[in-house]
Design a protein around this ligand. Structure first.
Ligand code: ATP
Length: 701
């Protein structure tokens, strides 16, 4: 049916529009036909031409077998060499950006992927895919998503075609991908080379178009950001259209065009907008060409006009397009081209070292971490934002679950920000008795309470003058006090209790809460006007279980705790404990992690921390820990929680828990030579509980 001449006349576009017409699953029918005939449909009538072409490549070029879930494991995982292609600085920038992009997708079940230029997965921001068996196979670091490995898919095919691509459901070659929609975006370097691949997968398999739209935007922003951070050495020119009434595409207007030129005026690189604004078709047509050849503007002329124009000039290209051209730095500071100029972002170490240095100067320094090389990018990103807001005197509201580091962030912000020499005064609005908060905050005049101290007290606002006032647990503040606080924030003046005169104060207010304040506002327990007043900008800190760098952070915290406890012989987590730690939902976040590590280290005798070294309350928590789904309340609850991804399997956590519990009991019984009392003591449980658990797992003494 796919070979009929007349049918071929239907264009791919029409086929696309007709997908699903009268309930016919067009790609499904086409895929079944391909499975039977082992040929790709070539009429482009039942599937989009892009799909037909991809299937034909899968069959003929990649020699894949149609009709199976996924290729065999060895084809899937092809020699993972972590970070072999991307310089660390570029990789870190990409990870941070993907983490930020993921924040926009927080309430969706879209998993974001990052692969190197060859298609090998190097970073995953999972939204539940790893909970299903196929997802577990596919979403593992080192799995190769190249089209030749797992058939056509958004990310792999985007890498091959060098253009954004998406597929949905049965448009995928392998059955394993049929439940999903996949999209991919090839991240391109300044010289047009492929730097990395951005991918997105969701189990909403009918959503490939919206997924692709989102990924196009995200990829475009990521590329622009990468260009700015890791641009080739040389002078950076910023281009934008002088005349916005001209018929420009979205991309020309969204961001500045960036073009890098060397000392002699030769073009070293450009971002996509730069290409578009210069009217160039691709990088090859501009790279290493003289600026004057491409734009009609000689470098000497540019230099002279920039000097008189204060760094901004207007120039009309030979095509007639009028551009505003700006440069950030003085022309005298043009970096001479290195002996080996950067061709792409995937392998120049000398340049990346320089970039790392410049990046560091823009991000406030985190106080020296103990010997570990770990960079806390989550904290750095939050800190960068916080210090910027502090400099502009914008009130900050920090949100996130308990123990994620809100207080920690404020302390780092103070140390790195403009008020570092001024006081930081913290007050826990939830811990102070309601009737004392007013006097704590505003102070009182001498003799204002009957029988009270004779001398007055200045209050936290006055103590924090010129510095930072940190209102922790702001969500717990009583309503009547909220009104007073709002007044103080509006007027920047306080009146001590029992006083008549107002005192001017200059404090930067930072508030934090683990409550869902918008919901409290809806319920009427938190004033809307105060919420807006405090929420000049919001910084959300993610829960530990969702952090992309969870493993490294655990390792880092382990090192911190060892150094704090002055343990000279390094101790490490055994394989089994890693599994538990990676699966544990950590409701108490970094605080809980610290406590667990600290207690375990105190108990550990040898070099390995074992299950039996874990504190009993943690074991208890794990035993009684509900599955992740039960544990995370809906968004409608009063605390900040992350919604559970749809499609997650119930009970996976309990199965793992049961496994290690059985293992722990076996080890304890073996170590105690079957002595129940000793084994129970080792496990910190009662003999009765041990008997009960042994019966459950069918264990004998
Ligand atoms: N990024 C980090 N690196 C190292 N330690 C951290 C980090 N974030 C938090 N901690 C540690 O974790 C513990 C809890 O942090 P913190 O008190 O800042 O959390 P919180 O979000 O303010 O909690 P709560 O909402 O319960 O007040 C502290 O011991 C802190 O030092």
């Amino acid at each position: 049916m796919f070979m009929h001449e007349n049918e071929q006349a239907i264009s791919g576009r029409e086929a696309e529009n007709e997908t699903g017409l009268f309930g016919v699953d067009r790609p499904g029918v086409a895929w079944d036909w391909m499975k039977q005939t082992e040929q790709a449909p070539f009429g482009a009538d039942w599937v989009r031409p892009q799909v037909a072409e991809a299937w034909s490549r899968c069959l003929e070029d990649h020699c894949l077998r149609v009709g199976v879930d996924l290729p065999a494991g060895d084809r899937l995982q092809q020699g993972f060499r972590p970070g072999s292609d991307l310089p660390e600085a570029v990789r870190t920038s990409l990870t941070v950006m993907i983490y930020k992009v993921k924040l926009f997708l927080r309430e969706t079940n879209v998993t974001l992927l990052l692969a190197d230029a060859a298609g090998t997965l190097i970073h995953v921001m999972d939204a539940g895919l790893q909970l299903c068996p196929i997802g577990r196979q596919l979403v593992r670091l080192g799995v190769n998503w190249h089209e030749a490995s797992i058939g056509n898919n958004g990310m792999g095919t985007a890498g091959l075609l060098r253009e954004p691509v998406a597929f949905e459901g049965k448009e995928h070659f392998y059955c394993g991908l049929h439940p999903f929609a996949t999209a991919g975006y090839p991240i391109t370097g300044p010289d047009g080379s492929l730097t990395a691949l951005l991918g997105a997968v969701t189990d909403r398999r009918d959503s490939s178009k919206s997924l692709l739209g989102f990924l196009r935007l995200a990829g475009y922003l990521i590329e622009a950001n990468l260009f700015e951070r890791h641009s080739p050495p040389g002078l950076m020119l910023r281009l934008r259209p002088a005349d916005m009434t001209e018929s420009l595409g979205v991309q020309e207007c969204l961001l500045d065009g960036l073009v890098s030129v060397d000392q002699s005026g030769s073009i070293l690189g450009a971002n996509r907008t730069g290409l578009l604004l210069m009217g160039a078709e691709n990088h090859d047509s501009i790279l290493h060409k003289d600026l004057s050849t491409v734009t009609g503007l000689g470098f000497g002329d540019l230099r002279a006009r920039m000097a008189t124009g204060g760094g901004t000039i207007e120039h009309t290209l030979p095509s007639g397009t009028r551009l505003i051209i700006e440069t950030d730095i003085s022309l005298s500071h043009v970096t001479p081209p290195t002996s080996c100029p950067v061709r792409n972002l995937t392998g120049d170490s000398s340049r990346s070292a320089g970039t790392r240095a410049s990046e560091r100067s823009r991000i406030p320094a985190i106080p020296a971490a103990p010997s570990s090389q770990f960079r806390d990018v989550v904290l750095e990103t939050a800190l960068y934002k916080a210090v910027g807001l502090e400099s502009r005197k914008i009130p900050i509201l920090i949100t996130g679950e308990s123990g994620v580091g809100k207080d920690y962030l404020v302390r780092q912000m103070r140390a790195s920000g403009p008020r570092s020499t001024q006081p930081l005064v913290a007050i826990n609005c939830g811990a102070i008795p309601r009737e004392l908060i007013a006097s704590e905050l505003f102070g009182y005049e001498a003799g204002s309470f009957t029988g009270a101290r004779i001398r007055g007290k200045s209050g936290k606002f006055v103590e924090a003058d010129k510095g930072i006032l940190f209102l922790d647990e702001i969500g717990d503040m009583a309503l009547d006090l909220q009104a007073t606080l709002l007044r103080v924030l509006d007027t920047s003046e306080i009146v001590p209790i029992g006083g008549a005169k107002s005192i001017p104060v200059d404090v930067h207010v930072v508030a934090a809460t683990n409550r869902n304040l918008p919901e409290s506002v809806q319920k009427g327990t938190f004033r809307r006007d105060l919420y807006y007043r405090l929420n000049g900008a919001q910084i959300w800190l993610p829960p530990l279980r969702e952090r992309p760098d969870k493993m490294k952070l655990i390792q880092h915290m382990l090192q911190i705790e060892q150094e704090a406890l002055a343990i000279s012989e390094p101790k490490q987590l055994g394989e089994e404990l890693w599994q538990i730690f990676m699966k544990h939902p950590w409701p108490g976040n970094i605080r809980e992690l610290r406590n667990v590590l600290r207690s375990s280290l105190a108990m550990t005798v040898g070099p390995d921390i074992r299950i039996t070294d874990l504190p009993p309350d943690f074991l208890d928590e794990m035993e009684h820990s509900p599955s992740r789904t039960e544990q995370m309340p809906d968004h409608g609850t009063s605390e900040y929680r992350t919604p559970e991804p749809r499609g997650s399997e119930q009970g996976t956590g309990s199965a793992v828990l049961a496994d290690w519990e059985e293992q722990a009991i076996r080890s304890a019984l073996a170590a105690s030579s079957g002595n129940i009392s000793r084994a129970a003591r080792m496990l910190s449980i009662t003999r009765a509980t041990l008997y009960h658990k042994m019966a459950r797992y069918g264990l004998k003494k």
